[in-house]
Design a protein around this ligand. Structure first.
Ligand code: ZN
Length: 344
């Protein structure tokens, strides 16, 4: 039986980018409602703390942090054309980053075995000195850097199944061999980066795995990609911490993504990650909410992840899935990455 922690806090609703903005407070409201209804006694609720300046500076420049703090003086301002801020967006953003660190600490203190940080604003597009793609602070990247520093880790794996490429995470660790980043995404969508050939630089060569996914892919195709690549990555990179950038905008209902996944995929992926993790001494596993803009699709998907977590045992059966489409992408990634010898 897994002890599952969730980071939740109603103060995340205070980030109000506007009524018609897709990154709406209602995203978390529907998730929290679902938690209370379907997982009442199954989860350990953990209160987030605000990230400290020192923690934010693990990733972001002091000038950029100051710019974000300044937004608290106005009812409405714009950090980027697609990333507006209300007066309390700064509070929510500090709480989102701090909440992920709190989730990580809960894992290392053994308060729980897995933790899902149900936070907003999302983070994977945020750069050292820039907001973008609805992201203010890079929650996953800050947590990875914090983990390396506080717990002296040498190998952190970040898996990103959001439909958008996590260019922030990608860029922040591009020359680094302590963080391996694997992303599947539609690279004809914002931020239009993340091609196969973007594999890292210097010491980080081969530690960034980008896999653009065709729009006609289905659950089976994408699952197959993760099944094949994660097997290699888990056993050869042997992460001491796994962070999942859990965005659910590849869901067929999503108004921004153009993909055709269903919530079933997210349950499958969760079971896969748990099974592979069990084979490498169960490193801490932290899910961090990224995108997902259809309220129902989002809450179904998070529900499937939590169901897979609560029902998981080492005997859980992995889906028996084959996909030629997925297989071809795996082969292409292998061909490109073979010369680095990092996960092959
Ligand atoms: Zn996204």
């Amino acid at each position: 039986m897994q002890r599952i922690g969730v980071i939740r806090d109603d103060r995340f609703f205070e980030h109000k980018p506007g009524h018609t903005h897709p990154e709406h407070p209602h995203r978390l409201r529907v998730i929290y409602r679902m938690l209370d209804k379907d997982f009442e006694n199954d989860l350990i609720s953990i209160q987030p703390k605000l990230a400290s300046l020192e923690q934010l500076e693990l990733v972001h420049t002091p000038t950029y942090i100051k710019k974000v703090f300044k937004t608290a003086e106005h009812n409405f301002s714009c950090l980027a054309p697609d990333t507006p801020a209300s007066a309390k967006s700064c509070l929510a953003a500090c709480l989102a980053a701090g909440g992920c660190i709190e989730g990580l600490n809960a894992l290392f203190s053994k308060m729980c075995d897995i933790c899902f940080c149900l936070v907003r604003p999302p983070g994977h597009h945020a750069l050292a000195d820039r907001a973008g793609g609805f992201c203010i602070f890079n929650n996953a990247a800050i947590t990875a850097r914090y983990a390396i520093k506080a717990y002296k880790l040498k190998r952190v794996l970040i898996l990103d199944f959001d439909v958008h490429h996590g260019n922030g995470v990608n860029d922040l660790f591009y020359d680094c061999n302590e963080v391996m980043y694997m992303s599947t995404h539609d690279n004809f969508l914002y931020p239009y980066t993340g091609d196969f050939e973007e594999t890292g630089t210097g010491e980080g060569e081969g530690y960034t795995i980008n896999i653009p996914i065709p729009r006609q892919f289905n659950d089976e195709d994408l699952y197959h990609v993760y099944h094949e690549i994660c097997h290699k990555v888990f056993y050869l990179f042997h992460p001491e911490l796994i962070i999942v950038c859990a965005g659910f905008d590849a869901h067929e209902r999503d108004p921004i993504g153009r993909s055709h996944m269903t919530e079933k995929l997210y349950g499958w992926l969760t079971t896969l990650f748990l099974r592979l993790r069990a084979g490498i001494n169960r490193p801490p596993l932290l899910f961090v909410l990224e995108g997902g803009y259809d309220f129902r699709g989002l809450s179904y998907s998070v529900g499937e992840v939590l169901k897979a977590m609560t029902q998981y045992t080492d005997k859980s059966v992995l889906p028996d899935v084959e996909s030629d489409h997925g297989g071809r992408l795996v082969e292409k990634a292998k061909q490109i990455h073979a010369k680095y010898g990092v996960w092959l």
